[in-house]
Design a protein around this ligand. Sequence first.
Ligand code: NAD
Length: 472
Amino acid sequence: MRRIEHIYIDGRFATPHGEEWFDLFNPATEQVIGQVRLADAEDACLAIDAARRALPAMARTGVDERLDMLGRMQAAMERHHDELLEAVRVEYGAPYSRSTWMTRFASDVIGQAMTALRGFAFEQQAGSARVLLQPVGVAGLITPWNSDAGFICGKLAMALAAGCTAVIKPSEMSAWQTEVVARALHEAQLPPGVFNIVTGRGEVVGAAIASSPHVAKISFTGSGMVGKAILRASADTLKRVTLELGGKSPSIVLDDADPATVVPQLVAAGFINSGQACIAGTRILVPAARLAEYEAAIAAEVAKTRSGDPADPDTAIGPMVSARQWERVQRYIRTGLEEGARLLAGGEGRPDGMTRGWCVRPTVFTDVRSDMTIAREEIFGPVLCVLPYRDEEEAIALANDTAYGLNAWVFTADTARGQALAARIESGRVLVNTLAHEPQAPFGGMKQSGLGRENGRWGLESFLEAKTVLVG
Ligand code: NAD
């Protein structure tokens, strides 16, 4: 049994003032694997105070000094690779290929912030004025459980690149992964208070950070409901807020696409991160004239997709992170059936032969209308919808018929046609014929998928304030 009893404040591991213990689970076995002692609002205040004290010196550091800090952080994360990989596998349940990617990503993302920092002009000319881009202040970084280390390292690296200091509030469900990150980053020997980590409940520690007058900026990744609560809590002190929220991403298959090439990508995009991904392509839009052909090809591809033990190298979809998340996915599958959608693959319950573990049968519905709950709400599990469209205009209308706008895919034999269509989709990112990610490009959502952008120079700017200096 793992006992995590320290938070990280002012360059030291400290016992929290909070006294609540929270169980940590292995989602593949449903067993309790550890406990974490949670921070409370008083701990959040201590962390914010430490970040405030460290801010003036951090804000004055130059680019080279920041690059040196980030380089030490990246090297430290790399040294802890194997430990983090184990925590990602056991505590989160990510299957082999995903867990190795997620572990690497935690150090890669620091390198990506370094790239953004190297090319950035902190002083710019605007007409007769000098414009200074200066750190916004203490940043509150609030992260979810579906890529704990990657989100912590990505947000922190960008905040530090800008010269801010940070208070990090990770998900309480990823405390083991966070503990590995904290030990690694401690080895990077950053000045005390530059970053602080307070794992605790969102409505306690997260809310204290969001309402603190001493926090200038919140960068949040998580659900829309919590994102809106943070925005409201931030209003009184007019914090700068970046929100990365959910999605219901369309994958549009044009009539010239080749099903043999496209279908494996559709299924991979839909089931990415075991379906627990904000970007997942969960609405598959296919030409009505070729619906039967796509239904058969998708069903055959899903039949080859194994959901189960994350330790098995053949597993593509691991368990849901918690019993609550498993039940939520089951509820959506029942709702799909009740609303008249037809199952093409999967359904309720665990995959065949499994009696424990929060695994879901990879599920695809067809005969789905855009007004059905399963086509509108983010399920955050391996459940996909197939929707037919008559012509390109209807495909665009269906793609945009959502409150979300984070990510979209277009599959076509004609990339120029795909790019023209991309311009008309209400989404922060459109990927044409690729599942690849460009870390220097802005990432974030339109509509209710979020506010602001992360990554590259846009991510760096989100931690900066522009100051105009005019000399007469
Ligand atoms: P969540 O919103 O429940 O929690 C996210 C974080 O916010 C956690 O650390 C939580 O403790 C904290 N929190 C909860 N209540 C709070 C409050 N009142 N004030 C401040 N903080 C609070 O989300 P989750 O269940 O951890 O993650 C899943 C959600 O995250 C999904 O909706 C998914 O789409 C979204 N997500 C978005 C992106 C993106 O980049 N757009 C990436 C991954 C996940």
